[in-house]
Design a protein around this ligand. Structure first.
Ligand code: SF4
Length: 373
């Protein structure tokens, strides 16, 4: 369903605008004006571009029709998160979530309508795949939420619906535009890309958008478990995945995302294996070791952060969250082993906006959505 994508003017780079406007016989500076209207001032149509001649605005509207998805619904959580359901002209539905925080808001946006990767714990995966989003549709989510909440500074998390590395061209373009000095000029460390890990594409992302943060959806410490619950992992064994990760040095930060599932991946052996992986070492055998010993053994190695996530049970999920006390001792083991490990506060679960809950379907009060990334 991803064939014959319509032209995407909201996702044009500055050089693409220079080419388009040159073909219309407009001077080069007009391209910067259009780009700046779109990406610095977050304009929602050519009519807003009042320093452009009316004739040029009309030419643009004919040549590059404005296509914006409609906001089809919103739902506000008790904790302040707000979920937005977007519906494109072709009916594709995708969701974005405003996440308030004391140190600044984050905007969690989708890169696909649905997802084809079918991870066992994810409502998005169960909802099926509609299509890739265009760069302009990814940006539209960011700008719509930033306008609605009056934000000039914020983080962008590509952690909504879909797998960013499966829609890499649009993902890279959207990130490059968000970083552009004539656009939102977001520092790369304010951009986080979440992925289950696709061979060759982590390296390409690191090359094309250096400095962004990577959140690797690891979730399991053995290849056998990973490929049972994350089908995409079949094509990318753990040793290869960590080898590619170690070569992709331009990320500001790499976080291993780990969804704690009761009785599935929350044992002491898992904690020991995760500590080794967080030091970039794929363990050959599974055994529990005192965490302090791991700490001194891996002292000299690179360390990835670990983000432990509390499961938000979605309808139809066969999993249960790890009890709090056990999650806390899992986290303490990692810390003693020398790992920076956080246990993520979950927001938006009452409106199905938390991790793993986005499904792109308008429910009664809530508009559904979400990917555990
Ligand atoms: S976790 Fe991510 S890759 Fe897996 S099904 Fe959900 S959205 Fe897709």
């Amino acid at each position: 369903m991803d064939t014959a994508q319509p032209v995407d003017p909201q996702g044009f780079t500055l050089s693409a605008w220079e080419r388009e406007l040159a073909e219309l016989g407009a001077p080069r500076y007009r391209a910067e004006q259009v780009f700046s209207w779109l990406h610095a001032r977050r304009a929602t149509g050519y009519a807003a571009m009042t320093n452009l001649p009316r004739q040029l605005r009309e030419q643009l509207a004919r040549r590059l029709p404005w296509r914006a998805a409609a906001v089809a619904g919103t739902a506000r959580s008790r904790d302040g998160a707000v979920k937005y359901l977007f519906r494109a002209e072709d009916g594709a539905a995708f969701e974005a979530v405003f996440l308030p925080a004391a140190r600044g808001a984050s905007l969690c946006v989708s890169v696909q309508a649905g997802c084809s990767f079918a991870c066992a714990f994810c409502a998005t995966g169960r909802s099926g795949f509609q299509r890739n989003l265009r760069a302009g549709e990814i940006l539209q989510q960011v700008y719509t939420l930033a306008e609605a909440h009056g934000l000039s500074s914020y983080r962008v998390l590509l952690m909504g619906m879909g797998e960013p590395l499966a829609n890499l061209d649009a993902t890279v373009r959207a990130l490059q535009i968000l970083r552009h000095p004539r656009g939102q000029a977001l520092a790369p460390r304010r951009l986080t890309v979440s992925t289950v890990g696709l061979r060759g594409r982590i390296a390409r992302l690191a090359r094309e958008v250096p400095g962004v943060e990577l959140a690797l959806s690891l979730h399991f410490t053995t290849q056998e478990q990973r490929q049972r619950y994350l089908p995409a992992a079949r094509r990318f064994p753990l040793p290869d995945l960590f080898a590619e990760l170690s070569r992709a040095e331009s990320f500001t930060k790499v976080t291993l995302e780990y969804l704690l599932l009761a009785g599935v991946n929350d044992t002491a052996e898992d904690a020991a294996a995760l500590a080794a992986l967080a030091h970039g070492v794929v363990p050959r055998a599974r055994k529990v070791e005192p965490p302090a010993r791991l700490r001194s053994r891996f002292r000299a190695l690179v360390t990835y952060h670990v983000n432990l996530i509390k499961l938000n049970p979605a309808a139809g999920s066969p999993f249960l969250p790890t009890p709090y006390a056990q999650a806390e001792s899992f986290q303490n083991y990692l810390k003693t082993a020398g790992i920076t490990a956080t246990y993520r506060r979950s927001v938006g679960s009452d409106i199905a906006a938390a991790c793993g809950m986005l499904a792109g379907q308008a429910a009664s009060a809530a508009v559904g959505t979400g990917g555990v990334r």
